[in-house]
Design a protein around this ligand. Structure first.
Ligand code: CTP
Ligand code: CA
Length: 225
């Protein structure tokens, strides 16, 4: 029975999950962000708790209830996310980066609300830190790191590139324009890519079941380390 098989199979493991969007403030009332709902990351954290792991869920702003049994760490910006991950990554066995960090931020944040009467703001942008790539530079052999790749075209090629470039064990690829795999929905259709051309395609599944199957892969990887 698949459910019994998964019972407590992550006991004693420390799992860090990131979820949701991050927010980059323009002024006290306006911001840059994206359409991430956080559902995939929360489902992973919940499944990991149920399987006995010690779970830290570092989350950008979402409308989801906290995951019972997980240590919840709320963050706002990508910089906040970086710092929160850096606090806990050393002690982690598993890092699953399901967050959709904002990739760009205003070079300066205005202290007062920009008025329309002042014209269109120039809004100079700069890149935010790539949290996953930065922490994966220090990945130990006995840690398993999983990234996500949300794409709208050439998903597998971009996913393969992220796997290599970010030094990951696995990357979970999805095409967010596909039916049932987009933002805010309760299902996902993903392909998991691993080192050495390893690949598995999941059918369209509830995000809770995607989470379980992903944790099966992670558990097997931990056991073979
Ligand atoms: N990621 C991150 N920090 C960022 C951007 C992305 O940690 N500043 C992580 C995400 O959590 C995800 C992976 O990197 O696990 C890939 O994110 P994605 O947005 O698909 O790729 P990017 O590298 O940001 O490239 P692009 O958005 O241009 O496709
Ligand atoms: Ca991105």
């Amino acid at each position: 029975d698949a459910v019994l098989h998964r019972d407590r199979d992550l006991a004693g493991r420390s799992v860090v999950v990131t979820a949701g969007p991050t927010i980059e403030d323009i002024d006290p009332v306006r911001f840059l962000s994206n359409r991430s709902s956080g559902k995939m990351g929360y489902a992973i954290a919940q499944a990991a708790v149920a399987r006995g792991a010690r779970v830290t869920l570092i989350t950008g702003p979402t409308s989801l209830p906290p995951v019972a049994g997980a240590t919840m760490v709320p963050v706002r910006s990508t910089e906040d996310l970086l710092h929160a991950v850096q606090q806990v990554i050393e002690a982690a066995d598993v890092f699953i980066s399901a967050a959709a960090p904002a990739d760009f931020r205003p070079v300066e944040r205005l202290g007062h609300k920009w008025k329309k009467s002042s014209g269109i703001p120039a809004l100079a942008l700069e890149p935010t830190p790539d949290v996953l790539a930065m922490v994966a530079e220090h990945k130990r052999r006995n840690q398993v790191f999983v990234g996500f790749a949300a794409e709208t075209q050439d998903a597998l090629a971009y996913g393969e590139d992220k796997l290599r470039r970010k030094n990951l064990n696995y990357v979970v690829v999805n095409n967010v324009l596909e039916q049932g795999a987009g933002f805010g929905v309760d299902t996902n259709r993903v392909t998991v890519l691993g080192e050495g051309g390893w690949r598995t395609d999941f059918p369209l599944l509830p995000k809770a079941e995607v989470a379980e199957r992903l944790l099966d892969i992670v558990r097997d990887a931990l056991q073979s380390l």
